[in-house]
Write a protein that binds this ligand. Structure first.
Ligand SMILES: Nc1nc2c(ncn2[C@@H]2O[C@H](COP(=O)(O)OP(=O)(O)OP(=O)(O)O)[C@@H](O)[C@H]2O)c(=O)[nH]1
Ligand SMILES: [Mg+2]
Length: 191
């Protein structure tokens, strides 16, 4: 699948994740700074389409990007940003939980973006439990693979595979576009 047309559609703060057109949604979740926005940029081939930032935790909205006039990539705010207040952090996580559990939206798939150098954190695990409980299709994107030292890469990836307990893992680099064709094919298969 080639992404030929990309448009920002809306930013959502709150509980209304409907889009009016009912086009399918693909959700990108993950810790702040794991590279969700960068992965979307890499997929669309537009390096600065979605604002990515050196300052984590800036985005509060779930941003909806319409692709090819037919589906949405939804860039959720990152969770776990330490410099935000606990109350703010909890609010953020709760909103994502709500989308996964109670909204009338069934995303076609959920991508959990992690930093391959960090692996799965406790918050990622909590997120995965909600995703699984609600029977969403889930794939883990092990992003920033370019930063893994060659000698350590196999070891690091196999420890992520173990942590993930059977979930599909895609090694990715938003910097080099490694994994981009595979990710496009995976998304196409879900639509
Ligand atoms: N080397 C490398 N850096 C990356 C990669 N992906 C993202 N980054 C960098 O990591 C930082 C965070 O990337 P973002 O895409 O803004 O992360 P995010 O998950 O959207 O962050 P929040 O919106 O705060 O939740 C930026 O400085 C990116 O340039 C990657 O694959 N490789
Ligand atoms: Mg972002």
């Amino acid at each position: 699948m080639k992404i030929l047309k990309t448009e920002f559609a809306r930013g959502v703060i709150g509980n209304d994740y409907s889009t009016g057109d009912g086009f399918p949604q693909i959700a990108f979740l993950g810790r702040s700074n794991s590279g969700k926005s960068s992965v979307i940029n890499s997929l669309t081939g537009k390096k600065n389409f979605v604002k990515s930032s050196k300052v984590p935790g800036k985005t509060l909205e779930a941003n909806f990007f319409r692709m090819n006039d037919s589906f949405y990539l939804v860039d959720f705010p990152g969770y776990g940003y330490a410099r935000r207040s606990i109350a703010d952090r909890n609010r953020m996580v709760k909103r994502i939980f709500w989308y996964l559990e109670f909204s009338n939206i069934r995303p076609k798939a959920v991508f959990l973006v992690i930093d391959a150098n960090v692996g799965l954190t406790k918050l990622d695990w909590e997120m995965l439990q909600i995703v699984k409980k609600n029977n969403h299709k889930i794939i883990i994107i092990a992003n920033k693979a370019d930063k893994l030292a060659k000698a350590k890469r196999a070891e690091k990836i196999s420890s992520i595979i173990q942590e993930a307990q059977g979930l599909q893992i895609l090694e990715y680099s938003a910097k080099t576009d490694e994994g981009k064709d595979e990710l496009s094919n995976i998304i196409a298969s879900f639509l």
